[in-house]
Design a binder for this molecule. Structure first.
Ligand SMILES: Cc1cc2nc3c(=O)[nH]c(=O)nc-3n(C[C@H](O)[C@H](O)[C@H](O)COP(=O)(O)OP(=O)(O)OC[C@H]3O[C@@H](n4cnc5c(N)ncnc54)[C@H](O)[C@@H]3O)c2cc1C
Length: 410
């Protein structure tokens, strides 16, 4: 089996898809190494193992809403697209979604997956509780009141195997999506704060080409008014795909047509292949105040970026308190690269990282990066505490894989 992009061949000795929590607990208790896997959308070996993997699609897909507390409790393996439909039917919404709805809730929060919006934290910030299986097969509930709650959430698969997740919900809302075309990187970078604050969720797309403008995808909550122009950019008159030249059919509705949050916040519809398909992704987060300088620095390698790139997306993510979140105590701008699926990407990522190192970038843990564990420790102030917590949860390192062992020094 391979990951979604086909770039990682999983080395599992066996894969189990338990149908009950008791079965899952027994697999965990009776095997020396077990790795949880979601929908396998990571671009690196984060979900890989050379031992036993467990998947969650056969576990009961429970969904319980607590209206007073505005919390939904879901099974770990549910996909955001499925959850969103169920919530919308009952008049509820999540605060945000990633660019695609195809990913599992537990897999997404394990890597701090995010959407955009200066006021929107990543998807793990909506977590209000977790039910996890410990290495001995016992089950533990982690709540907001639990000590070190913030350490468990972005768990990289090593802070217990998550079986249920409590997520904050809010009354449903509508979004109107407008794509503004023809915005140069110069104008975008010079007015970054204003542009990123324009709507509930804003993305800027560029190919780093010298000529031709980029696009601003602005997702307004219904009731707010979209400007007729945005600096030199003008509203598109037909639906767009973020990757230049591709058919927009897989993309969510645009042209300011109002519709439910879950059919506008992701760029891609559940029933289609998202993005290019034939791709590799990387993403690096810098402090929002450093983003214009970081973009200017990348300008120097723009021609080389362009050569192997489908598209770059730039998004905003609000600061949080989650230990292994790349947005920890930092209002971030995520500079994302959808690369073509070529080997050159793995070497070139090092060049991008060298350019962004003066800005103390933090990498997306589910995408391709080359930074050393020492570098990551230097920019993630809570990493040592995370390592200590993980050793307490899992002293024999049952849940780790080669990637987390290298990262966490186990
Ligand atoms: C086309 C595409 C678009 C993307 N867009 C975005 C985006 O907009 N924003 C963004 O931030 N990322 C994005 N990503 C990256 C993606 O969201 C992350 O890699 C995410 O972690 C994938 O979730 P998954 O369910 O596929 O998890 P997997 O890749 O299967 O696993 C990820 C991690 O979660 C752990 N895990 C899974 N289930 C459990 C569990 N039950 N208990 C404990 N640990 C578990 C695994 O061990 C692993 O460490 C995109 C990826 C693709 C392919």
């Amino acid at each position: 089996m391979k990951n979604w992009s086909g770039t990682v061949t999983f080395a599992d000795s066996q894969t189990f898809a338990p149908a009950t929590t008791a079965e899952l607990a027994q697999i965990v208790a009776t095997n020396p190494k077990v790795r949880a896997r979601g929908s396998a959308h990571c671009f690196n070996a984060m979900a890989d193992t050379d031992a036993i993997s467990v998947t969650f699609e056969n576990l009961p897909q429970d969904l319980v809403i607590n209206k007073e507390k505005q919390i939904v409790t879901v099974s770990a393996g549910i996909k955001y697209g499925e959850l969103a439909v169920a919530l919308e039917k009952r008049g509820w919404a999540l605060h945000n979604m990633a660019s695609l709805p195809h990913i599992s809730v537990a897999g997404a929060i394990a890597t701090a997956t995010h959407g955009s919006g200066v006021g929107n934290g990543n998807l793990a910030t909506a977590v209000r509780g977790l039910e996890i299986v410990l290495p001995d097969g016992s089950i533990k509930k982690i709540t907001l009141e639990s000590p070190e709650f913030a350490g468990y959430l972005v768990g990289l698969g090593v802070a217990g195997i998550v079986i249920k997740v409590d997520l904050a919900i809010e009354p449903t809302f509508n979004i109107e999506q407008t794509v503004y075309r023809g915005m140069s990187r110069e104008t975008y970078a010079a007015n970054l704060d204003e542009i990123m604050s324009l709507a509930y969720s804003v993305s800027y797309f560029t190919t780093w080409a010298a000529a031709g403008g980029g696009e601003v995808w602005a997702k307004f909550r219904s009731g707010s008014v979209a400007p007729e122009t945005l600096f030199e950019a003008y509203p598109a008159t037909s639906n767009r795909h973020p990757l230049p030249g591709l058919d927009p059919e897989p993309c969510t509705e645009q042209l300011a047509v109002s519709g439910p949050w879950h059919l506008r916040l992701p760029h891609f519809k559940m029933e289609f292949t998202p993005s290019a398909g034939d791709e590799i992704q990387s993403e690096f987060f810098v402090d929002r105040k450093d983003a214009p300088a970081a973009i200017a620095a990348l300008e120097k390698i723009a021609p080389q970026i362009s050569e192997i790139l489908w598209v770059t997306e730039i998004r905003a993510i609000a600061a949080d308190e989650l230990w292994m979140s790349p947005h920890y105590q930092r209002d971030c701008i995520g500079i994302h690269f959808t690369w073509k699926k070529v080997d050159a990407v793995y070497e070139f990522v090092k060049v991008v990282e060298a350019v962004l190192a003066p800005f103390n970038y933090r990498p997306h843990m589910g995408k391709v990066y080359s930074a050393s564990p020492e570098y990551i420790r230097s920019v993630m102030p809570k990493m040592s505490e995370f390592v200590r917590l993980v050793k307490e949860i899992d002293p024999m390192n049952k849940f780790g894989n080669a990637m987390t062992d290298n990262l966490l020094g186990r």
